[in-house]
Design a protein around this ligand. Structure first.
Ligand code: MRU
Length: 344
C-alpha cells in the first residue's frame, strides 16, 4: 500500500520537513540547508519521534560533509562537530546517537566526492531501513490486537515520528490494511499535544476509527472495559527492558496493570540501547517550562509559577507485557531476550 505521507525527504540538496509544530492547522514544509537548521528543527520539534530524529540527523551529517567539501576543508572535523551538535539536541532518543555514529563510521577512511556519495547512500539506507522495520513491526504486532480491538495509544508513534509508517501505530495500520476493524483511543498527550495534533490527524487521514481523550480519561476508559490493550512507542529501551517514552507512559502502564490490560511497546532495534543496563541510566530531556504554562500560545498558568517539564518517563520492564520489534515479539525476562534479539 502506498505511503500517504512522508514526514521528511531529501530534495535539491536540502532536507525538507513537514513542520510538526503547526500541524494539524497547516501543512507547512521547511527546508534545512545547514547543520544549524537541522539541529534547530530537531530541538524545536519541527521534526520529532525517535526514528524520525535519527533519520533527519543522518541527513544533517550529510549536509555537514557537503559544506566542508564546498569550503575545501577536510570533512572529518566537521562531521565530529556536527555529531556533537546534533546529539545534544534531544538526549533521550537513542536513535539520534545511533544514526550519527553510523554516519561517522560510514565516512571513516573516505574523502572527497566518494565520502559525500557514501554518506548520501547511508542516510537513504537508514531511512529505507526504518520504513521496512516499521512495516515488520506491523506484521508481528497485528496478532496482538484482538478482533474488533480497541487500542489505547499515547503521544505520536506513527508515520510522522518515523520514516513514514510508525511503530505503535504500525500494528493498528496493518490491522486496518487487512480489513480488520480496529478502534484507537488517542491520549491528547500534554504538554505538546502530539496525540491530539498529530496522531488524531494521521489516523483521520488513514481512515482509522478513533476517539480523542485527555490523558486523565485513560483510567476511566480502562475501568469501563473500553480498552483491550495499550500500544506505545519508545525513545530508548535498555538491556533490562526498561522503556523511556513520552511523559505519561509510565502512568498508563501502571493503569494497564491495575486493570489487567496488556501493555505493549513497539520499537525498531535502533531504539534498543544494550550499553545501558537499567532505566536509571537513561538521560531524561527537560524542556522549556513555557510548554506547560501555555497551550496553543495561550497562557494557562500565572506568570512566574514553578514548573517541571520532563519530556519522558521510564516504565519499568515488569509492567511491559511484550516488546514488538522488526524481528518479532519478545517477553520477559528481557535481560535475556533483548541481547539475543538485537540492538546496539
Ligand atoms: O517528544 P517526542 O514527540 O519526540 O516524543 C516521541 C515519543 O515519545 C514517541 O513515542 C517515541 O519517540 C517513538 S516514535 C516512533
Amino acid at each position: 500500500m502506498a505511503e500517504l505521507f512522508r514526514p521528511f525527504w531529501w530534495h535539491d540538496n536540502a532536507l525538507h520537513l513537514i513542520d510538526q509544530r503547526v500541524l494539524p492547522h497547516r501543512e507547512h514544509v521547511v527546508a534545512c540547508r545547514s547543520v544549524d537548521e537541522v539541529a534547530a528543527a530537531i530541538r524545536s520539534m519541527q521534526v520529532r519521534g525517535a526514528p524520525a530524529i535519527g533519520c533527519t540527523a543522518a541527513y544533517g551529517m550529510l549536509i555537514a560533509a557537503q559544506q566542508a567539501f564546498a569550503a575545501g576543508v577536510r570533512p572529518h572535523a566537521a562531521l565530529a562537530a556536527a555529531q556533537a551538535q546534533l546529539d545534544a539536541t534531544r538526549p533521550t532518543a537513542v536513535n539520534l546517537m545511533w544514526a550519527t555514529a553510523r554516519m561517522r563510521q560510514a565516512a571513516a577512511q573516505l574523502d572527497g566526492a566518494e565520502l559525500i556519495e557514501r554518506l548520501h547512500a547511508e542516510a537513504d539506507a537508514i531511512t529505507a531501513e526504518d520504513l521496512a522495520m516499521c512495516r515488520a513491526i506491523g506484521q508481528h504486532g497485528v496478532a496482538l490486537i484482538p478482533p474488533r480491538g480497541r487500542v489505547l495509544t499515547h503521544c505520536n508513534a506513527g508515520g510522522l515520528a518515523t520514516a513514514g509508517y510508525g511503530t505503535a501505530l504500525a500494528p493498528i495500520r496493518t490491522a486496518h490494511e487487512h480489513g480488520r476493524p480496529v478502534h484507537v483511543y488517542v491520549d491528547e498527550t500534554r504538554p505538546f499535544l502530539q496525540g491530539a495534533r498529530l496522531t488524531a490527524w494521521e489516523l483521520q487521514r488513514l481512515g482509522i476509527s478513533l476517539t480523542l481523550i485527555t490523558d486523565s480519561m485513560a483510567a476511566v476508559m480502562m475501568q469501563q472495559g473500553a480498552v483491550d490493550c495499550v500500544i506505545v512507542g519508545a525513545d530508548r529501551i535498555v538491556a533490562n527492558g526498561d522503556v523511556a517514552n513520552k511523559i505519561g507512559t509510565y502512568g498508563l502502564a501502571v493503569l494497564a496493570r491495575a486493570h489487567d490490560i496488556p501493555f505493549y511497546v513497539a520499537a525498531p532495534s535502533s531504539t534498543i540501547d544494550l550499553a545501558r543496563s537499567g532505566g536509571e541510566q537513561i538521560p531524561i530531556e527537560q524542556r522549556d517550562p513555557a510548554e506547560v504554562t501555555t497551550c496553543g500560545g495561550v497562557a494557562v498558568a500565572p506568570s512566574g509559577v514553578a514548573v517541571a517539564n520532563p519530556a519522558f518517563d521510564v516504565t519499568p520492564a515488569r509492567l511491559v507485557s511484550a516488546i514488538i520489534t522488526e524481528r518479532g515479539v519478545i517477553t520477559a525476562p528481557y535481560h535475556e531476550a533483548l541481547p539475543r534479539h538485537g540492538g546496539h
